[in-house]
Design a protein around this ligand. Structure first.
Ligand code: RIB
Ligand code: CA
Length: 327
């Protein structure tokens, strides 16, 4: 049977939680999800470092036949200097990702760089070629800032209508932000890209923002049950996440991108959603990067499906099952 989704996974990378964990979940269900390629963008990390983490994950899971492409190294407009100025004028930004990250690329957890390297084609060319090759069939899964997607549709506006759907983690419709009181990280890092991408005439757009992801924090008890099963993946999870639980057993992790991945595998995990017109604030001020429910639709602000709540128990069954499953 053909997999249900043909996916390009556009990511800002992570050691494990949450981009790498989300990719791990998807590669464990290649019967359901055909991963056409991984494209990397600056966000949590600088692009070359993010790529190393994701190549490591692909090698660890024996899925390094999936090609990886390097994408944008910087947002369209936002910069480290602007972020610093935003902080000075309007208050702290709790996480600045690549803007604060070292330039040197460090080896992933294994202590050695993956032998698979990024393809020589860039991410934007790959996305364009793939949509041309599979018109109306490609699901763009964006779990980082949307810079690569905005650049794709700047280069080829005609292709937005030939994507099957865009599923993204980012934004906050009716809850506060997580890096500023107003904004969520993926959108804040490159608001102009999010605005352009959400305005593109993609047939279907699905948003996994903080409204839904806030409902499913990972607690130590669930973490302990998962890492008790020893696999290369759970060892990586342990390396990345155990130190914080050791310091503070009451700590929780948000597993944002993993909820998006779980939905692609089993859409019944979402129990509440609404079609809402979402606009992105690109005015440089305290609400830079805020996503808002607009009171009217326009050519720029189209209604998208905003996921709002989920069956947390079912989600954790899928999450734990896939992360502990033999590879
Ligand atoms: O705000 C959460 C999002 O920002 C997640 O995608 C996380 O990986 C970071 O990119
Ligand atoms: Ca991410």
């Amino acid at each position: 049977m053909r997999p249900t989704h043909r996916i390009i996974f556009d990511t800002d990378g992570a050691v494990f939680n949450d981009d790498a964990a989300a990719l791990a979940m998807l590669v464990q269900r290649r019967d359901r999800v055909e991963l056409l390629g991984v494209t990397v963008v600056a966000g949590n990390h600088r692009t070359p470092q993010a790529a190393e983490h994701m190549l490591h994950l692909l090698e660890l899971t024996g899925t390094d036949d999936i090609p990886l492409y390097l994408g944008a190294r910087n947002p369209l407009v936002n910069t480290a200097a602007r972020a610093a100025s935003q902080e000075t004028q309007w208050g702290p930004i709790s996480f600045k990702g690549a803007f604060d990250a070292p330039r040197d690329v460090v080896a992933p957890h294994s202590g050695r760089f993956a032998t698979t390297r990024p393809r020589t084609t860039g991410a934007i060319s790959f996305i364009i070629e793939t949509i041309e090759r599979y018109p109306d069939e490609v699901t763009l899964v964006a779990v980082g800032p949307m810079t690569n997607l905005a650049l794709t549709f700047r280069a080829r506006p005609d292709l937005a209508a030939r994507v099957k759907r865009l599923v993204f983690m980012g934004g906050n419709a009716r809850v506060p932000g997580n890096v500023t009181p107003a904004a969520e990280f993926n959108i804040w890092f490159d608001p102009e890209a999010a605005r352009e991408t959400l305005a593109a005439p993609i047939p279907e757009t699905v948003m996994f923002g903080l409204d839904i992801t806030n409902h499913a924090p990972l607690h130590k008890t669930a973490f302990d049950d998962i890492v008790a099963i020893d696999t290369p993946l759970t060892r990586l999870m342990q390396h990345d996440m155990a130190p914080r639980f050791r310091r503070d057993p009451a700590a929780t992790y948000h597993v944002w991108d993993c909820i998006t991945a779980a939905w692609l595998i089993d859409p019944s995990i979402v129990t509440s959603s609404e079609a809402l017109p979402i606009s992105v604030d690109t005015t440089f001020g305290p609400t830079y990067g805020e996503t808002r429910v607009s009171d009217r639709t326009s050519r720029e602000v189209r209604p998208i499906t905003v996921m709002l709540d989920l069956d947390v128990e079912r989600f954790y069954q899928i999450y734990a099952g896939l992360l502990t499953r033999p590879m």
